[in-house]
Design a protein around this ligand. Sequence first.
Ligand code: ADP
Ligand code: MG
Length: 565
Amino acid sequence: TTQAESYEFQVETRQLLQLMINSIYSDKDLFLRELISNASDALDKLRLERFNDDTLDVDTTDLHIRIDLDAEARTLTISDNGIGMSRDEVVNLIGKIANSGTAEFMRQLKEAQKDEAETEELIGRFGVGFYSSFMVADRVTLVTRRAGQAEATRWESAGEATYTLEALDEAPQGTSITLHLKPADPEDRLFDYTEDRKVREIITRYSDFITWPIRMLSAETPKTEDDEEPAPRELETVNSRKALWTRPASEVTDEEYAELYRRISHDWNDPLETIRLNIEGTLQYQALLFLPERATANLFSPDAKHGVQLYVNRVFVMDDCEELVPAYLRFVKGVVDSQDLALNVSREILQQDRQIESMRKRLTKRVLQSVKGLAANEPEKYAKFWGEFGRVVKEGLLQDFANRDAILEICSFETTHDAEKRTSLREYVERMPEGQDKIYFLTGESRVAIENSPYMEAFRAKELEVLLLTDPIDEVWVDGMPEFDGKQFQSVAKGEIDLDEKEEGEREQQKEQFAGLLTWMGEVLTKDVKEVRLSNRLTTSPACVVSDANDATPTLVNLYRAMGQ
Ligand code: ADP
Ligand code: MG
């Protein structure tokens, strides 16, 4: 063993370390996610290296991560028996800002200048790799030996201007990082990272799906009254390692899916439908999505959460990832695991990222496709789904023009054709009698209200099917919808509707007969209506008020009124 030598950090690294040390950023738990993910990468790398070169003198029989807590010494040590680092690698990887996410962080930091709040926010959004250990530690010791090499290296820093390097004659294969934790905050037990429960909780949250076992000693058994020896502490694996999306579909049971669903959705029920997606190629990611059985109460509140979590290489990155599924699919729950994104990817980056956009398109198509499949093959499931989420899905008709046809295909509506069962537009069109070229609908507050409307009389008499649109959103999308399957949408309450094949002569005769009455009524009502005309849409009611084809419908007028316009 030689003497430890002292080196200076790069200027940028020093700035970053200062930030970490002084950080009052609240989610300090992130440090463990970062260190575990580094350990996991190191194990992956070793496995790969061994795979490519089986003469390599390394032990790959029991690759794992281990975490040891020492409350008295106030240390947390995380070790792996992975690839390790040579001395040069330590200098280049740990002593400098190596990863692109951190470089990007520093760039944005410069832009944020000295604004403290903004800096805090940046740290939260990035998470800055190895250096985040200085959020919780005032000294960090790293001992590492590159797999296949004899010499080991010891690196240590208090996060200030310098670090020391020392060559060691021997050390176990891989890397061991000891954090000398800052004094515990007596006010806040939550931040004590020597506490077994706290550490397990963080592992479960961020690192549960890591492939490699993360081991910890079992909790100490409390001292008993008699002289009995306490139970010996044993190593146990803390993470479930159940990244179901990485296993072949044939090997995963429904119960396993349901268990994962319940965990990430906080729903007690089983999922209605499970959707798997495995994309290989330039972009690699897997998705495991669930359609819930029931809508949550806050689905329509402005702060409604999205249900998809983003993982990068099995490490949890964020909840509520609205960049991955459009707002009108916000009820979809699940996991998307990317192999191409950086662990410290920020929401801001996600919003501009082309990969993410392509992922969102793909996932959206897949969900719509799966609902279509339900409609075709499992009508009961579909009906349940639509009853819960139809209103949300229809928002897509206003938001997602690229998928408008696909969304229309999976919509279903109440109809005069069948009081018990909703109809799809496809079914409606198939039932259209010869000569009908429009899809008739009427909007209103409820089925009963619509059915009692005088507008319906002639349609009922002629047995023409009318869609009964009772969701407020229907009013909005149907207005801008050009057509379905070449058929225009026609409100029963708007404009002139020509249902009657009355003889031309007969109509002329009627017009003449009522001309006097119509003129008189027109004069009397001149302030209230545009025109009084003879109608053939009524059978029993003597008169009704209709609006022009381009006017707002009565429900819409009410809607606007309610909004104070
Ligand atoms: P990133 O993981 O994004 O590259 P980090 O700051 O977390 O950035 O780590 C910097 C580099 O240090 C890693 O890329 C890796 O090469 C090296 N490193 C960190 N931890 C370990 C480890 N446990 N074993 C081997 N190499 C490591
Ligand atoms: Mg890292």
